[in-house]
Design a protein around this ligand. Structure first.
Ligand SMILES: NC(=O)c1ccc[n+]([C@@H]2O[C@H](COP(=O)([O-])OP(=O)(O)OC[C@H]3O[C@@H](n4cnc5c(N)ncnc54)[C@H](O)[C@@H]3O)[C@@H](O)[C@H]2O)c1
Length: 417
């Protein structure tokens, strides 16, 4: 496959292996398989950003578009010094699959900006974001490709990106980018959508199994992990451990999450939170909790550490945190894995609601957004469940199979391939 010629990484190899397995299970032919395993457009750009000291630096960035059979491309923009072409390609593929699992009229894409966000001042970050939009402007737009937040991209940054897009377009285009502040066309519930969608999935599993999951360990304390911790804390669930890139903390009696958030804001990390024990990210993954939530980044649980996992269920809010071999091991051990393309779909779901609201110029109440999100997540969960019964496989594999089947149906309707 052509894409393997890129600087390959485990994450992309794992994603391609999953697509292959899903194609095998659903009887997808080679014509469509080859499309699913490649991206249709790889835009790689270099653009200048003026730093506060007056010097100029050149930034590398990407916008990869995977497949638009089901609708316009849709995908976030990630800022990290480690962002690679292989990573952006895998993330674009996951976006197509995720939208297809949720039944949204979107294809998949992803953006990446190769820089350490922590080294930039707010003014430099604004110039970085505006420059990115100028560089990718020819391939994005409300009916072409709609960016959104991903790692290290705040709501303010999305506001700057939308403003830059609208200045270049010469008109208001609130549906061009999602995840923006509400005062400029954002939706209620977008900032917490990934976490909220995950909570709806957990509640539905609890209801179905007649069980109550009280203890949680969350890897990652950013947009997604931090929001989830706050929501669970507000629901009187016990978050015993959280972590960030510098390490984690544990308290058997539960962490005071608002106090942890304050500590992180003041010190830059959750580590050394008073009254809790410092632990490593590896230790967090192995805690004996009801629910383990990888909410940081890809490649966290593989065949190397799947035997060590003690949680009852795993809610994958990060993209690509578990590979297929690990999911097989976990499934054989009766640990339910709720995969990324289902579990973190709340983000693209509320992005879709935001896009719809922007296109019609009519904005919904908080209750309306929450009701629609809950319905959508619940329906997707049961669609995946039915697929797992049909194919006699675990929920993880079933989600990918459902995504692949839904995309290929649209490809066939358009005679793609
Ligand atoms: N933001 C969204 O709308 C969205 C939607 C769907 C999926 N996701 C996925 O969720 C994950 C987190 O995204 P986010 O928006 O919260 O990013 P973020 O940048 O806001 O937060 C990431 C968190 O992970 C921590 N982290 C980074 N590397 C780590 C490591 N090696 N070990 C432990 N912690 C580490 C960071 O310190 C930070 O606390 C990513 O996989 C992203 O693709 C995000």
């Amino acid at each position: 496959m052509k894409i393997l010629a890129m600087n390959d990484g485990d994450f992309l190899s794992d994603t391609l292996a999953l697509i292959d397995l899903a194609c095998d299970l659903t009887g997808i032919d080679d014509r469509h398989r080859v499309l699913l395993k490649n991206v249709s457009r790889r835009l790689s750009v270099e653009y200048p950003v003026v730093l506060d000291d007056g010097s100029t630096t050149i930034i590398n960035a990407y916008r990869f578009q995977h497949c638009n059979a089901r609708g316009p491309y849709k995908g976030g923009v990630r800022i990290a010094p480690t962002v690679s072409e292989a990573e952006v390609a895998a993330l674009a593929m996951l976006m197509s699959l995720k939208s297809a699992v949720l039944g949204l009229p979107y294809g998949g894409s992803k953006g990446g900006i190769v820089v350490d966000a922590r080294k930039l001042s707010p003014c430099e970050m604004e110039r970085l974001c505006r420059g990115y939009i100028r560089a990718v402007f020819p391939v994005i737009g409300p009916a072409n490709d709609i960016p959104a937040p991903d790692m290290n991209l705040s709501q303010d940054a999305i506001g700057w990106m939308l403003d830059e897009y609208e200045m270049l377009a010469g008109r208001y285009e609130p549906a061009a980018i999602t995840g923006k502040p509400r005062v400029i066309g954002g939706s209620h519930g977008r900032a917490t959508a990934v976490a909220r969608g995950g909570v709806y999935i957990i509640e539905e599993v609890e209801q179905r199994r007649n069980i109550y999951y009280s203890t949680y360990a969350i890897q990652g304390f950013g947009n997604v992990g931090g929001s989830l911790a706050k929501i669970l804390h507000g629901m009187d669930r016990t978050v015993v451990a959280v972590s960030d890139s510098k390490g984690g903390i544990f308290s058997a009696n539960g962490l005071d999450i608002p106090a942890v958030a304050k500590h992180k804001a003041e010190t830059g990390s959750v580590v050394d939170f008073p009254g809790a024990d410092n632990i490593t990210n590896e230790m967090l993954l192995q805690l004996g909790v009801d629910v383990l939530v990888p909410a940081a980044r890809e490649d966290q649980i593989s065949e190397k550490n799947a035997d060590q996992i003690k949680a009852k269920i795993i809610l994958c809010l990060a993209n690509g945190p578990i590979n297929q071999k690990a999911s097989e091991i976990l499934s054989a051990r009766n640990i339910l894995v709720l995969p990324d393309v289902l579990a973190n779909g709340g983000g693209v779901a509320v992005s879709y609601f935001e896009w719809v609201q922007g296109r019609q110029g009519y904005y919904w109440s908080e209750e309306e957004v929450a009701r629609r999100l809950k319905d959508l997540m619940k329906n997707a969960l049961y669609d995946v469940y039915r697929m797992s019964l049909e194919l006699r496989c675990d929920m993880y594999t079933a989600a990918y199979a459902l995504g692949v089947r839904n995309i290929v149906e649209a490809m066939e309707a358009r005679s793609f391939g």
